[in-house]
Design a protein around this ligand. Structure first.
Ligand code: AMP
Ligand code: MN
Ligand code: MN
Ligand code: MN
Length: 276
């Protein structure tokens, strides 16, 4: 069995439709797939139809943007009841926040000599949840950047124009909505926040205190030392371990569906929380 519990479709900033994502997951040998689009559950119904046809287990997911000490922290919710009122209320708030943030990013980019970025990014978002990668695609299309990474380095990443602070809910609010929806709150890609191990443990302690139940011990292709450290942290804080590719775009070998190596043995797999 291969569990991939962190993936994106074009219901947020992924490239593939929910249908195409499920088909590709099946092709890559994934048996249990969570679709975890940013701040939306829009793609789930469409993904489910294909999952049922292809005999693959679909787990309802979401990835919620939060803030903690001035940092943008992502909390994945797994096995959520999509219709939950608390969850949908948070999703609606996030939708509005994303639009307001996008307008602000557009104003800031204009000051940096990039006109019409909001309109351009909006087109790339195609009516779904607008995010920084949509600005990245506009920056590439207009020749302001050559790669997505370059766009983040110059315009969108931490400390740059796209880094609009203090707009997201707290980790506690995200965990509460996921728990109210009967789901499991998972700290996403813990190694991506550029924290020292001491600070990372402070974050994990806080996450656990506000209801967090698991951390991603495998996120895409990562260093074996990182996996070992995360497994040790999960054990220390008595949290379950989750694994996912964080797939967005085909043909990026470091973020391919189902490709992140074996689940580290001493860790308790997160799916125990809903398969028991
Ligand atoms: P947002 O959800 O709008 O805050 O945008 C965050 C998303 O941008 C992440 O989920 C990634 O998909 C993408 N991202 C973040 N950093 C980078 C980077 N350095 N290069 C490419 N994509 C990135
Ligand atoms: Mn993303
Ligand atoms: Mn993320
Ligand atoms: Mn993600």
């Amino acid at each position: 069995m291969i569990y991939d519990l962190h993936t994106h479709s074009n219901a947020s900033d992924g490239i593939l439709s929910p249908e195409a994502l499920v088909s590709r997951a099946k092709l890559k040998g994934v048996t249990h797939l969570a679709l975890t689009d940013h701040d939306t559950t829009e793609g789930l119904a469409r993904a489910r139809v294909v999952a049922e046809n292809e005999g693959l287990t679909l787990i309802n997911g979401i990835e919620i943007s939060t803030q903690w000490l001035g940092r943008n922290i992502h909390v994945v919710g797994l096995n959520v009841v999509e219709a939950s009122e608390d969850l949908q209320k948070l999703i609606e708030l996030q939708r509005v926040t994303r639009i307001e943030r996008a307008r602000e990013i557009g104003r800031r980019l204009a000051k940096m000599g990039v006109p019409d970025a909001y309109e351009g990014a909006f087109k790339h978002a195609e009516g779904t949840n607008i995010g920084r990668p949509h600005f990245g695609r506009y920056l590439i299309e207009t020749g302001h950047a050559t790669t997505m990474n370059g766009a983040f380095k110059k315009y969108l990443g931490a400390g740059k124009a796209g880094d609009v602070k203090e707009i997201w809910p707290s980790i506690a609010e995200a965990c509460a909505a996921i728990l109210a929806a009967g789901g499991v709150p998972v700290l996403a890609h813990p190694m991506s926040y550029d924290l020292t191990i001491t600070k990372l443990k402070t974050l994990v302690a806080h996450f656990k205190e506000v209801g967090g139940l698991a951390i991603e011990v495998l996120s895409g292709k990562q260093d074996v030392n990182a996996t070992r450290t995360l497994c040790q942290i999960a054990t220390q804080f008595e949290l379950h371990g989750s694994c996912g590719s964080d797939f967005h775009v085909p043909d990026q070998p470091w973020q391919e569906l189902g490709c992140f190596g074996p689940f580290p043995a001493p860790c308790q797999p997160v799916w125990q929380l809903w398969t028991h």
